[in-house]
Design a protein around this ligand. Sequence first.
Ligand SMILES: Nc1ncnc2c1ncn2[C@@H]1O[C@H](COP(=O)(O)OP(=O)(O)OP(=O)(O)O)[C@@H](O)[C@H]1O
Ligand SMILES: CC(=O)N[C@H]1[C@@H]2OC[C@@H](O2)[C@@H](O)[C@@H]1O[C@H](C)C(=O)O
Length: 369
Amino acid sequence: MKGDGPIWALGTMSGTSLDGVDAAMILTDGVSIFEFGPTAYRPYSDAERAVLRSALGKWHDALIVPDAAEIIETAHAEVIFGFSGFEIVGFHGQTLAHEPGGRGTHQAGDGIFLAEQIGAPVAWDFRTADVGLGGQGAPLAPFYHFACAKYLGAKHPVAFLNMGGVGNITYVDPGFAAPEDRGALLAFDTGPANAPSNDLIQSRQGKSYDADGAIAAQGAPDQARVDQFMRDPYFSKVPPKSLDRNDFPYLADLVLGLSDADALATLLACSAAGVARAVEMLPKRPAEVLVTGGGRKNPVLMEAIQARVAARTVSIDERRLDGDMLEAQAFGYLAVRVARGLPTSAPSTTGVAASVGGGIVSQPKRKRA
Ligand SMILES: Nc1ncnc2c1ncn2[C@@H]1O[C@H](COP(=O)(O)OP(=O)(O)OP(=O)(O)O)[C@@H](O)[C@H]1O
Ligand SMILES: CC(=O)N[C@H]1[C@@H]2OC[C@@H](O2)[C@@H](O)[C@@H]1O[C@H](C)C(=O)O
């Protein structure tokens, strides 16, 4: 991986919704995006998902963690074997627990082992260094969002909103030269996105999610409960700040006694209210909020967000970016930055004291021909 010209990287992401592995190729020099390549998705089976789910929060459990790691490594190797022509893999792994001020941040999956399996260099462990230097270790997509804003030719501040299991927002001022420049970015987690709705519909109806918001559309949010939720201290905390998937465990109790439809509508309204509060915390009103992640496919959630946010919100696909693959691309992009010694986070994205290059690169003993 010599020189500083563009190379093809293969980014992979297993997000907090536990649905599967996204993989996407990207041609980048670690600064600019030159081209997007093929993508793939490898869903987890129900049995795999059950193991991963049972490992959440149990990052120290010597019985469950190896099982979870094996599922993660195997699923990633499977999807990676379908690609060719990349020089490095970005491997995020699966977050099992995230508590930057306490127990640390823990992603299952060993990049050394994966590098041997696939016979290619693997950049991984992206979050630990940032946390070690006092940062949140998340979100990490913001440096990539900066590159995306440049790629789109944005002239005015724009926001990227990822609605996955947890929500995160990145404010980008494209007038700056580099993402680590002071004022170029502000990023943080907005609150829950789809995880609480997924958990509710899983426990009440055995479905993994409310497709197209069809059930939520039949209900109405209970505003008093939404207001109560918005009194959680997280929403008045000054960013940068980040969340664990299960940081609002009381949400299930908050909607007790409501019908399935009203409960889902209330949970969606809680997610949307978190986004609205986040947009109020941005340095300037963005010209547009570009929505990425699975939540953009839920029209009820999209309407709830637009109703509360004083900026135009659009699905990122309308701006020619792939909202299903943005995070996978981000970890391909970050892999190249790690390999080239470029920073991956900054005070305005994770609260770290100074910009830091997180992640390590593991080389295989033998490269795949
Ligand atoms: N058609 C749809 N209708 C409603 N919701 C959908 C639809 N498609 C996806 N989703 C929601 O999006 C979720 C998956 O989103 P995504 O893949 O962005 O999450 P993730 O990457 O795992 O999470 P994170 O970004 O928090 O790590 C699903 O679990 C579901 O809740
Ligand atoms: C610790 C962790 O895995 N955090 C995830 C999670 O999912 C969304 C949000 O919370 C964000 O902080 C992050 O993921 C994206 C990819 C990020 O780091 O930018």
